[in-house]
Unconditional design. Structure first.
Lengths: 386, 447
């Protein structure tokens, strides 16, 4: 048990800084225009999603294009838990995580028989199948395109057993009386994110994590030395599926609605983008990448010509018009364009994602001041022997 | 190493967590949501409205037109421009100086025609931008999802282009109001026209967009055509935004049906209708009768998109720019002056909703949802292009005349694609509120 929770000093510092940064999110994000609960909840939720995806992709190198399916399953499970058992988020996220894990065990068991591009295609096919099932065939369970919603007439067995009555209004999820929308919802998600970050940290530093990295660097050599790699890969797949299920469950906790579009392949692609943008295989990278993409989606898409005109109002009339019409291509409905350009720049110039950028700046600073911290870091990462 | 850090680690963790909470606490209390008497009570000299429309996806054309109309409405409410339908509106509460002495500003968002994205966008408007009312939405699925959100958050939702019965039926909410008509009214209005043109011995084949609106539309058309004595051969569900409908249209030819009902809207309808015509359905003779296509919900934007293919095809619509009453003429004139083309029905209904909301808030003297709601319930008005109209208190649904239209055979311009066949009087499309089920519940003013 002691072993399980013990960390090295630099990891403790990392965890503490991470915790402080997450809880101070409302203040840190305010100047960027992102200091409102819904977006911060999304940061935390998609941070969890990307953290889990990174355990699979960053460590084992298996690129799954179907993780949105587990997210969707988590959401549906959570909403059904709300409907049938209780509006308390705890059972909802437990069930969401468990069902997400079971579902990923089934899909992982089949998909992991292949590697590389074939694995990616298999996961993509399974996710798309799940999406289409949720969209049409399973309409009685998922309510199709309209999305699964709460009803006043839902049974909510546990709530009724404990004498909880929501009256004539539609209930929203609450943790023993604390409403899970708005800021309390954010702190709930943030706590989950920190727990998930801790678990990911433990996995990264553990022998199990080392085994997963070995799968990435040379699976054949592993097998020649007598290791059966598949159980390890499957374990990583299930863990990341559980992370995705939890993220889906939290989405339902903060907003009790589950729609099929959460399972679409674009949603699977989004988590791949988040991980690569932030830095695959790094601990913090996926969380930062998730934040960056959600920020673009929510803030950039909201800029309209009026806001741009104000922003460029210091320019002379003609020039202002030119600036507004050029920049309006990149905001509002054109936010995808900005994201695409940013993604290209990062993949070309910083293949290790935003985390590589941060590391390069660190090295630059430490070289300039001659403390040698960056150099020592580089030495502790031995180059792969060939 | 481990033992050295282990002791302090917990303390550090707890301490930093507590510090984080303490740091964040002031924002909880300073946030508007908690301090005001109702959600986003405007304190300054402006009031913010949220316009949440699809800018991407199958309904993007409608969304773009809705946004144009909203901007026009805000201009008119603030006393800029020529005033549009404010001059013809029967209620004269608005003075052209904003609402309740506050200038109207707005924020916009993209619903992407997806419930998740629409709710995220609406939440941003409520939590960050302080919007006191959310309006918009093409697609009933999105409108219902956002209406539920607004009810929870304690702001008014003025539904835009949403045609499903459920919006003010099964899924109605006290904070939600709809000016647009619904599939029940479409069915009631189309029934007699279909009978006069196609007789009583027909077999219909439905292609239906697979979500709440499609289901509702299919149900209403089935109900009214089967009353006429029509048969229904099959009703096939197609995914929203499918793009290619050829696989769904091929089986129609062998089904024995002689009428194809397209329960599609937006780009879906443009695609399915174009493909049905390309497959030669309209040149066919089945059961000794000419094959016919019906599009129950029509709009000028879609008719324009489908071009030649809409000629002679029947449908219903909420409003059309060629109407000759004073309100419609004033609206078409000011919209045309600003944008250079006539408005669509989507633009019309959203413009009306913005005006009706502003007027109700002015009459109520507050933006409090229950106050605005009380001013809207049972409100009778005229001069907004649909003749005398009532906001029914029982389900927050507007009742007015319904237009039955047909694709024009010889259009005079590229906008002149529909002709009004019949104006179905309001009395013929009214139904008891209890028919569609659902509960309004109490108003939510928020905390």
């Amino acid at each position: 048990m002691k072993q399980l929770f013990s960390l090295e000093r630099k990891d403790v510092i990392l965890l503490v800084c991470f915790t402080a940064a997450v809880f101070a999110g409302p203040i840190l994000m305010k100047p960027l225009g992102a200091g409102y609960p819904d977006l911060l909840q999304k940061f935390a939720i998609f941070g969890i999603f990307a953290l889990g995806f990174n355990i699979l992709f960053g460590l084992t190198g298996y690129l799954s294009f179907g993780h949105a399916a587990f997210l969707g399953v988590g959401s549906y499970t959570a909403v059904w838990t709300f409907k049938l058992l209780s509006m308390n988020p705890v059972p909802a996220i437990i069930f969401a995580t468990v069902i997400g894990g079971l579902f990923s065990a089934v899909i992982g068991f089949i998909s992991l028989r292949r590697t590389g591009i074939y694995f990616s295609i298999l996961t993509l096919a399974f996710a798309q199948m799940s999406y289409n099932l949720a969209y049409s065939v399973l309409t009685p369970i998922t309510n199709g395109e309209t999305g699964l919603q709460l009803n006043q007439a839902d049974p909510r067995v546990l709530d009724i057993a404990f004498g909880r009555d929501y009256g004539a209004v539609l209930p929203s999820s609450d943790l023993f009386g604390i409403d899970m929308t708005g800021w309390p919802g954010f702190y709930f998600c943030a706590t989950m994110l920190i727990i998930c970050f801790f678990i990911a940290l433990r996995i990264f530093r553990s022998p199990f994590g080392m085994m997963l990295r070995a799968i990435k660097s040379n699976q054949n050599r592993m097998m020649y030395t007598g290791f059966n790699t598949r159980p390890y890969a499957l374990a990583a797949f299930v863990i990341s599926g559980m992370y995705a299920g939890l993220a889906g469950g939290l989405m339902a906790v903060t907003d009790p609605l589950a729609g099929a579009e959460r399972m679409q392949w674009t949603a699977s692609g989004e988590v791949v983008l988040m991980t690569i943008l932030g830095g695959a295989g790094t601990l913090l990278g996926p969380v930062i990448g998730a934040g960056a993409i959600k920020y673009f989606e929510n803030i950039f898409s909201a800029y309209n010509d009026g806001i741009l005109q104000e922003a460029f109002s210091f320019l002379p009339e003609g020039l202002q018009h030119v600036f507004v019409s050029v920049s309006s291509l990149f905001v509002g409905e054109g936010w995808h364009l900005t994201l695409g350009a940013l993604f290209m720049l990062i993949v070309i110039f910083l293949p290790g994602g935003l985390m590589e950028g941060i590391r390069r700046i660190q090295v630059l600073i430490s070289n300039r001041f001659g403390s040698g911290g960056g150099g020592a870091d580089a030495k502790s990462n031995p180059a792969p022997a060939e | 190493m481990m033992s050295k850090t282990k002791l302090s680690r917990r303390g550090l963790l707890k301490g930093s967590a507590a510090a984080g909470v303490a740091l964040a606490t002031p924002t909880i209390f300073s946030s508007n949501v908690w301090a005001a008497g109702y959600t986003n009570e405007p304190k300054g000299s402006t009031v913010t409205l949220g316009f949440n429309v699809p800018q991407t996806g199958a309904y993007a054309d409608e969304g773009a037109d809705e946004l144009r109309a909203y901007e026009l409405a805000v201009e008119h409410i603030n006393g800029e421009g020529d005033g549009g339908m404010l001059n013809t509106f029967s209620s004269k509460a608005l003075q052209g100086n904003g609402v309740n002495g506050k200038k109207v500003t707005f924020v916009t968002g993209d619903t992407q025609t997806k419930s998740d994205a629409a709710r995220a966008s609406a939440k941003r408007m409520i939590e960050k931008d302080g919007a006191v009312m959310i309006t918009g939405g093409s697609s009933s699925g999105v409108a219902i999802a956002v209406q539920g959100l607004c009810q929870d958050a304690g702001v008014i939702f003025m539904a835009g282009l949403t045609h499903s019965n459920d919006t003010t039926g099964k899924d109605k909410r006290a904070n939600g109001f709809r000016h647009f008509f619904n599939t029940e009214m479409s069915g009631a209005a189309l029934g007699p026209v279909l009978k006069n043109n196609f007789g009583t011995e027909r077999t219909a084949y439905h292609l239906t967009a697979d979500y709440t609106w499609g289901w509702s539309q299919e149900g209403s058309i089935k109900k009214y055509t089967e009353q006429l004595g029509w048969q229904t051969a099959a009703a096939v569900r197609t995914p929203l935004g499918a793009g290619d409908f050829s696989q769904y249209i091929t089986p129609v030819l062998n089904s024995g049906a002689d009428v194809l009902v397209l329960n599609h809207y937006g780009r879906d309808m443009v695609n399915s209708l174009t493909q049905a015509v390309q497959f030669g359905l309209r040149d066919k003779q089945v059961n000794g009768k000419d094959f016919a296509i019906v599009v129950p919900l029509y709009s000028r934007l879609m008719a324009q998109g489908a071009g030649e293919n809409v000629k002679g095809i029947f449908g219903s619509t909420n409003w059309h720019w060629s109407l000759q009453d004073e309100g419609s003429k004033a609206f078409v004139k000011s919209f045309g002056q600003k944008y250079g083309f006539p408005p669509s029905q989507a633009a019309h209904t959203t413009y009306c909703q913005a005006l009706i909301y502003a007027d109700a808030a002015q009459r109520a003297g507050t933006f409090r949802p229950s106050g605005v709601g009380a001013a809207l319930e049972g409100f009778d008005f005229d001069g907004l292009g649909n003749g005398p109209t009532t906001y029914r208190a029982d389900d927050h649904q507007c009742f007015k005349d319904v237009l039955v239209v047909k694709g024009k055979e010889n259009p005079a311009s590229k906008f002149d694609v529909l002709e009004v066949v019949e104006v179905t009087p309001r009395a013929q499309v009214e139904y008891p509120a209890s028919m569609l089920g659902g509960e309004l519940g109490p108003y939510n003013d928020g905390a």
